[in-house]
Design a protein around this ligand. Structure first.
Ligand code: SF4
Length: 680
């Protein structure tokens, strides 16, 4: 039988924020292979292990193919109508007995913009609450807030292809070789030519081995390290005076604050030799063009927002904003984290980042949605769990997020979900979260739907349907629409095209976007009326007017203040190349054979002290919980530091993570866990 494809369809990868284009070959209605299109602006000819090979989950036998309702502790198959009737009557009851604010939703950063937009519209206009959030809360919320405060916009300033035009790359708390492999490869290639590479990371990652400067700081000390960095730039007179005078405010006070700091203390807090920091700071500040990429090592800390503001301040003080090859560029974890926030899946900002408490905005949304909307800010994800535990929340609706495995302090998350009267989960598989649901609605995967994804460089790209949804499943946008209609809201039948047109009417930076003018390469927002996009932000002026400098002072996380005596190690969690988040998709593909477990990296000196060899099982324990995990002796971590991924539910490392959050955004501190170990 011929293996020549019947058709090739272009779409966008569902995994990371690089947003690679896929050319998918289909034969006899089945997906056969995935290639990288050579004319892609994002990934010409290049895909990683996940994008190219991890697709067979889409028709895996584990896919849920019919709605399920839990009765007497067991799931029972029901029709879509029965599931809809049950959900709507439960929602009506909860609102009648309590209030709309007793219901909350978590949207999915792997769903297209159109579905995220509809989910927030459903929560606000139909349920009547601002209790809507998305997974950016637990990863890049500090980026959005930190960059909004300093620049006025919380999105990447430049494009990934600017790596070609830069002289110096700073990678801060990110491991793109594993987590954003196509971007990581571009950075590695640049470093192998003549671009200076600085890596700030507690682990000796693959990229750190290519770096000219690797600042291997103690986890949780980002703010101290950045102040040391600033100190040497100011002392060496490497600040860009004319940029600071013309485009920023608050620098003098900032400078005096930095110069007043105790350098001996900062060096000792971070554990990085001051001369190395000085040399790296000089390399960054004296480069003609320097750009930064930051990841969750910057954000998932108790001072996450402060760290992002400092990365933004570093770019401003050296004039590295507003032209090719510079800027501040967050590396987004899931493929549509940018889009989920752009579309308003946040408790304080609706579609287009408009403040839900502002009178004018409130009136605009009410007119547009034809409904009375709440005026007060809703719950952030960690607040939802807290509210459920206190009986202030009775129902949650979760789309495509396996929060039991991926959110911090898993045991607390489970307790909170189990207290709810109603938990609706839209999912592909029976995940660790779906097991706690009252109702499961079988959703379609990205390969079975249309829409748009927005990657980490603000590029809005078309998602095209490759195969029909598996019988019994529906695209998430259709599911939400049908519930809206069931509840009496006049929402037209779902088409991605129709919803994108609606988005363009209310989201200012989507104004000029149509499905047609996105073409094959997409457009980087803001897109004006004429369809012209914006590869570089803040070219002439910042969105907030003048860029703002803020003083930041290091504060030791309460996790270490309270627990370091009894728990002498710090565990820091991260991602691997082969798997994605909770592994719900990648573990149902051949990637499962490549990596079969999470392992714990332990420095050789610590291993010797505890008589641990590679392959031994060790018990790692924090004040919240413990788990048994296989040890791997490695110099990638410093003495006293342990490191592992969180892909395997058998390990469930988030049973150990804490309730400590970034104080500004409530992004959990996954990167600093006080722990102790013993041989199992
Ligand atoms: Fe997909 Fe990211 Fe890999 Fe690109 S780099 S193929 S977007 S997982």
């Amino acid at each position: 039988k011929s293996i020549v494809a019947d058709k090739k369809i272009r779409t966008v990868c569902t995994y990371c924020g690089a947003g690679c284009n896929l050319e998918v070959s289909v034969k006899d209605g089945k997906l056969r292979s995935i290639q990288a299109p050579w004319d892609s602006k994002v990934n010409p000819g290049h895909l990683c292990l996940k994008g190219r090979y991890a697709f067979s989950f889409y028709d895996h036998p584990d896919r849920i193919r019919t709605p399920l309702i839990k009765k007497n502790g067991a799931f029972v198959e029901v029709t879509w109508d029965e599931a809809g009737d049950f959900i709507v009557s439960e929602i009506d009851r909860i609102i009648k007995e309590n209030s709309p604010d007793h219901i909350a939703g978590i949207s999915s950063s792997r769903c297209p913009n159109e579905e995220n937009y509809l989910m927030q519209k459903f929560m606000r206009a139909v349920i009547g609450t601002n209790n809507i959030d998305n997974c950016a809360r637990v990863c890049h919320a500090p980026t959005a807030l930190g960059m909004q405060r300093t620049f006025g916009t919380g999105a990447a300033t430049n494009s990934i292809e600017d790596i070609k035009y830069t002289d110096c790359i700073l990678v801060f708390g990110a491991n793109p070789t594993d987590a954003h492999p196509v971007t990581g490869a571009k950075i590695k290639q640049a470093a192998m030519k003549d671009t200076t590479l600085i890596v700030i990371d507690p682990r000796r990652t693959e990229l750190a081995r290519y770096a000219h400067y690797h600042l291997q700081l103690k986890p949780g000390t980002n703010v101290a390290l950045m102040n040391l960095f600033f100190y040497y730039i100011i002392k060496e007179s490497l600040v860009d005076v004319s940029f600071i005078e013309q485009r920023t405010e608050g620098f003098e006070e900032f400078k005096q604050h930095v110069l007043s700091l105790n350098i001996d203390e900062l060096e000792s807090i971070t554990g990085v030799d001051r001369h190395l920091v000085c040399n790296a700071a000089i390399a960054y500040a004296s480069a003609e063009n320097a750009m930064s990429f930051h990841g969750l090592g910057a954000t998932e800390n108790s001072q996450g927002t402060s760290t992002v503001m400092m990365i933004a301040n570093l770019a401003m003080m050296t004039g590295n904003i507003g032209r090719p090859g510079v800027g501040v560029n967050p590396l987004r974890g899931q493929n549509n984290v940018q889009g989920a926030a752009d579309m308003g899946c946040q408790p304080n900002q609706g579609a287009g980042y408009l403040d839900v408490t502002d009178d004018k905005v409130h009136a605009l949304y009410e007119e547009f949605y034809g409904a009375r909307l709440p005026r007060h800010i809703g719950y952030k994800i960690p607040e939802m769990y807290e509210a459920a535990l206190q009986d202030k929340l009775k129902a949650m609706w979760i789309i495509g997020e396996n929060v039991v495995q991926t959110d911090s302090n898993s045991r607390m998350v489970v307790k909170a979900l189990d207290k709810l009267d109603l938990l609706v989960v839209q999912e592909l598989f029976m995940t660790e979260t779906a097991e706690h649901a009252t109702v499961i609605l079988p959703a379609a995967s990205f390969l079975e739907k249309e829409g748009t994804f927005t990657n980490g460089e603000r590029r809005v790209q078309r998602v095209n349907k490759v195969v029909e949804p598996l019988p019994g499943t529906k695209p998430d946008g259709q599911i939400i629409t049908e519930i809206m209609q069931h509840m009496g809201y006049p929402q037209p039948d779902y088409t991605a095209h129709g919803v994108l047109n609606e988005i363009a009417q209310i989201v200012p930076f989507f104004k000029g976007i149509t499905r047609e003018n996105l073409g094959e390469s997409g457009l980087q927002w803001p897109v004006n009326d004429g369809g012209i996009d914006t590869p570089i932000l803040h070219e002439e002026t910042f969105k907030r007017g003048r860029g703002a400098f803020y003083n930041q002072t290091y504060k030791e996380t309460s996790e270490l203040q309270e627990h370091s005596k009894d728990y002498p190690f710090i565990v820091t969690t991260n991602r691997g190349l082969e798997h994605h988040n909770s592994g719900a998709m990648t573990r149902r593909t051949p990637n499962e054979q490549l990596i079969t477990e999470d392992v714990l990296l332990i420095h050789p000196d610590d291993a010797k002290e505890y008589s641990i060899k590679s392959g031994d099982m060790v018990c790692v324990e924090s004040p919240r919980g413990k788990t048994d995990i296989k040890a791997r002796i490695s110099t990638a971590v410093k003495k006293g530091i342990l490191s592992t991924t969180f892909h395997f539910s058998e390990i469930m490392i988030n049973n150990l993570t804490s309730d400590v959050c970034d104080s500004d955004t409530l992004c959990p501190e996954y990167k600093v866990i006080a722990a102790r170990i013993r041989k199992s």
